[in-house]
Design a protein around this ligand. Structure first.
Ligand code: G3H
Length: 494
């Protein structure tokens, strides 16, 4: 069944060459240039993606713009039904998509499977929630000086053509979290999957096509970010950009895109703050899961821990003990591997190693780990770190967490607020009042009390401040972010 369903998306060779989708057909690019996708597990080739040309992008943008009006005019109940069908297909292909994800991005089987299940649930939830998004009417006489002479009929309408750019770490889930709300609100979507994760992305596009998204309303183009990404975001036919990726890329996109609406989820570097009264077992477990899940390659991963010296001395042995139980680095296909498989590339591992070494050179101490072999990094805990060291000032998108001793909470707040990132933070304390007081003083998107940072549940608002993001996501918030208000004012002169 998968072979038949996904037949047109590749040339069926081993390893396959995947086509791009121009809105009506699966095509090979005239560029004849391919991007090789290598498995982080062992460097073997998973497949090749087309590097599309700018002319091909122009044609796709035309098709997407032409299809958008009809798509928006399609009754919402029909768009909702199509999205439920997308969710059903994703569930149907759970095993198949899980296998691709494991191979393509090196997630463990359970992490990959949970991404697929979560994505199907998310799609259904989006579709249900879209049913309750509605406009409103406003009378004019509430405002001083106005009588009842006008009424505003405020509709929620699509922006037009949405460019959706997804990252490698959740190539199914973070693609759907963009494509589905954009489509439900009547936008057409030009989907640019990551290169690593692009094979999952083209499979996902096929599901949208087969579920009945009409010609042109969904397209999928593949290629290198620095060649086609820039072209796409600055394209005159692009009406909305939704992007997840690094902060540096986010800043670059914003500069190139000019005055286009954007919804961005960027880098994290999230702190955990441990109060003296914290439950050490719970805190350690959350820090271990928070720092090491998917080898630390989550924008919501915990990257540093702040606490008084005595508190950190108490916490460290508990963290190291829990790591023995919860973490085992290795091949993500092995049932023995827990949380930490390979990082995405050898280059990434080498960069993180350099930051670890530089930090050690400046006085940081390795409590465990601190080395790598190829792109397999030992789960690493560093102590005696300060916030100017690269392991904290940079976003280490790998399995590394740093302990920073601080004399008091004012210093902890100072470190968090001076960071250029502001996605999430967490605080551990038995006194929720202390947690709340702390939460009010820090400038991040979300504060978690007694739990590690995370995006889910997916209907909660998800946002970052400073270099961590623009706009708000989360089911209802994404539907709102991917549509705009359109007031039509009826004037009733008396
Ligand atoms: O990497 C960024 C993701 O939005 C993190 O999602 O908290 O569910 O792992 P997560």
């Amino acid at each position: 069944m998968p072979a038949e369903f996904f037949e047109p998306i590749s040339n069926q060779k081993t390893p396959p060459v995947y086509n791009f989708f121009d809105g009506t057909a699966w095509k090979t690019s005239s560029s004849e240039k391919m991007l090789s996708v290598l498995s982080p597990i062992d460097g073997s080739e998973v497949g090749e993606l087309q590097a599309v040309t700018h002319q091909e992008i122009d044609a796709v943008m035309e098709v997407a713009a032409a299809a958008q009006r009809n798509w928006e005019a399609t009754p919402l109940n029909k768009r909702v039904s199509i999205m439920h069908l997308v969710a059903d297909w994703i569930r149907h292909f759970e095993d198949y998509l899980t296998t691709i994800l494991v191979k393509e991005i090196g997630k463990t089987d359970s992490e990959a499977r949970s991404e697929i299940k979560r994505t199907a649930d998310l799609t259904d939830y989006f579709a249900d929630e879209a049913q309750s998004i509605r406009g409103e009417t406003l009378d004019s006489d509430n405002f001083p000086g106005y009588d009842k002479g006008r009424i505003a009929v405020i509709e929620r309408v699509a922006y037009g053509v949405t460019v959706a750019i997804a990252p490698f770490n959740y190539p199914v889930n973070l693609s759907v979290s963009k494509i589905v709300p954009a489509l439900l609100m009547g936008n057409s979507v030009v989907f640019k999957p990551p290169t690593q994760g692009g094979i999952s992305g083209v499979h996902l596009t096929r599901i949208f096509e087969k579920a009945g998204v009409p010609a042109g309303a969904i397209t999928c183009i593949t290629g290198e970010g620095n060649s086609i990404g820039d072209y796409l975001v600055s394209h005159p036919k692009t009406d909305l950009i939704t992007f997840t990726g690094s902060s540096d890329t986010g800043v670059a996109i914003a500069q190139k895109a000019g005055m286009k609406p954007m919804v961005f989820e960027c880098g994290g570097n999230n702190p955990a703050v441990v109060m003296p009264d914290a439950d050490m077992n719970l805190t350690a477990r959350e820090i271990v899961k928070g720092a090491f899940s998917y080898a630390g390659q989550r924008c919501t991963a915990i990257k540093y821990v702040l606490g008084a010296p005595g508190v950190l001395d108490q916490l460290l042995p508990v963290v190291l003990t829990q790591m023995k139980e919860l973490v085992h680095m290795g091949d993500p296909r092995s049932p023995e591997t827990k949380l930490v498989g390979p990082v995405v590339s050898v280059r990434a591992a080498e960069q993180f190693q350099q930051w670890i070494d530089e930090s050690v050179g400046k006085g940081a101490k390795v409590a465990i780990g601190g080395t790598h072999k190829g792109n397999y990094m030992d789960p690493t805990v560093l102590t005696s770190v300060n916030s100017d060291m690269p392991v904290v000032s940079r976003e280490v998108f790998g399995p590394v967490v740093s302990f920073i001793a601080v004399p008091g909470m004012d210093e902890a707040i100072g470190i968090i607020n001076k960071s250029s990132f502001g996605l999430q933070a967490c605080v551990f304390t038995k006194d929720e009042g202390t947690g709340l007081a702390f939460a009010k003083n820090i400038n991040v998107g979300t504060v978690q009390i007694n739990g590690s940072p995370q995006r889910g549940p997916d209907h909660f608002p998800f946002l970052g401040v400073k270099k961590s993001g623009l706009g708000v996501q989360g089911v209802r918030y994404s539907l709102e972010a991917m549509s705009r208000l359109k007031p039509i004012v009826i004037n009733k002169p008396s």
